[in-house]
Design a protein. Sequence first.
Length: 146
Amino acid sequence: MTAASQSADSGLSGPLTRGAHHIGLTVPDLPQTLRFFTETLGFQQVGEKPDYPAAFVSDGTTMITLWQAHDPATAVAFDRKNVIGLHHVALAVENAAALEALQARLEKADGVVMEFAAEPLGEAPLRHMMCAIPGGIRVEFIAPAA
């Protein structure tokens, strides 16, 4: 059954979802990654499950769940070219000036590896940059060019 026929059968039209509720990331060092989101990106911690362990952070629009890997020493790092899974997370930034300010902050942040600095995103009226956050997960930041 296709999505279109499911929508027709249920009396709904268009997509059946309305954006992402949250993004869940498994990380090797929960405290370090939590500090990155709260101190470097300015997210607010909105919850936690110490016995899980997990922390929940939000920028007011997007919520991200950070899960502690059970045994980081034996965990296999994601290889974006050879493993099926999340390639990267892309977060929106307000404008080009904020993107440049964020880049300066990321370049000084512990555990962050810049993949590329802010640059035009193809022919789109956007600029973007990519980094690996503490623990190696790739995050892209995108802002309007003007």
